[in-house]
Design a protein around this ligand. Sequence first.
Ligand code: NOJ
Length: 550
Amino acid sequence: MTESPRSGTEWWRTAVIYQIYPRSFADTSGDGIGDLRGVTEHLDDLAALGVDALWLSPFQTSPQKDAGYDVADYCDVDPIFGTLADFDEMLAGAHARGIRIIVDLVPNHSSDQHAWFQQALAAAPGSRERARYMFRDGRGDDGSVPPNNWESVFGGPAWSRITEADGTAGQWYLHLFDASQPDFDWSNPEVQEMFRGVLRFWLDRGVDGFRVDVAHGLVKADGLPDYTPPEDAASMGGEEADVPYWGQPGVHEIWRDWRRVMEEYDGDRALCAEAWMPGPDITALWVRSDEMHQAFNFPYLETAWRAADLREVITDSLRAFGGVGAPATWVLSNHDVVRHASRLALTAENPQGAGIGPKSKGKPDPVVGLRRARAATTLMFALPGSAYVYQGEELGLPEVIDLPDEARQDPTWFRTGGERYGRDGCRVPIPWVSDAPAYGFSPEGASWLPQPAEFAGFARDVQEDDPDSTLWLYRTLLAERRERALGAGELEWLDGFGDDVVAFRNGGLTVVANTGTDAVTLPSGVVVAQSGPLAGDTLPADTAVWLADA
Ligand code: NOJ
């Protein structure tokens, strides 16, 4: 076990946390899939970027049916990512640089290759082995109708029928996601105890916290009543209230229990909830003082590039999270949504999880998208609280739209028969070196998803030499944010800039973001950071600036 960088500081209240999607970050083995050694090799780059912590998407043993969110062994590293020794080395290297490590935990479901699920398949209905998952008899005379009408987040039914050991058609099991991801039954004390052990396993190794997958989904309503989501609903939830599998009150007991485990350990270990719920007030229930420490602010991520909407969600977030004593968090991209350099310029509705591809309507203008993304990020890093960065956004990477059908791997694509493209477009391995094989991602040029030629222009080495690059912008923003302690600051709204402008004070800075089409006149001040060129003393459309008092 290694020492955490700083103890007792409640670091998670203000931290900038960088999400590593390990399979697409950096590959040292040459198989075209990133690995933990790739992370270790780039720790200096991450330190130079100025982030406080890394969250790693799952690297535990998994058949990779949902890119690692289908875990077969919670306490080991999948060989494609390396070994536990590689993990320890990465953790020690990060801590030596003052960077904390957050591990992704997936408690709603396991892989169907998990020993418990294999035992459940071999055991009889009603057995202790079956009781760890959600097995039910089917409806109809012969049990051939699923127990209810729920649909999987990835499309198709949320139930699959098994063949019993004697060869007869048997019970059904629930999987809110892919059929290879059976849901645990969280009312079962054995499941609860297993996960306490998983938490302790990683805490004992020295991790600083957990990002908790589907933290709104573990408890299902009694009786499993039928439910039909509205058409075009976001796949992970977040818009509808009263869904029998999202946000059931019982989940909060689980987080209180986990909080107690976290408090057995020193060093301010943190829990962060992935809970897609409607609005900041409901999301804040996950971060009451005896539950988790942070929850992703998906209402913020889902807000359009419109000043009035942004002012409202920021106000509501600060009030709601502050009201329970938790930090507000801010996030614009992750591995489940269209990258914000593309999303902010979409001209058609695009529910979360649908993705964009060659035949999508309302495809984004890349120039507008990048301009808005840079402005949105400049605005975000000035906000008090904690912020998340998804690997590649510091390069301004767009969503990869033109992936060939045969390259796609997201279960969403398969389970909807290609109707929804899914999330592969934001998961393409990132470019490090413009003229190297796989743009420096993998030594021999392999890449589990094909990288587009345009990635050469986004490569990190090209941006290193360009003070106007997105990489320089991120570094400047993060350095100034830290220097001026903006994460611990107080936001004070400024009026008088017009409807299309978001303007506020924090940490002695005036922050102005223009979401409209006309330039707006800026107050006097010294430019500390700007997302794009200014025009004299005016702020052009889709641009944001930080001004220090003159
Ligand atoms: C949320 C994760 O972020 C997503 O990538 C995954 O597919 C689902 N949970 C299921 O684990």
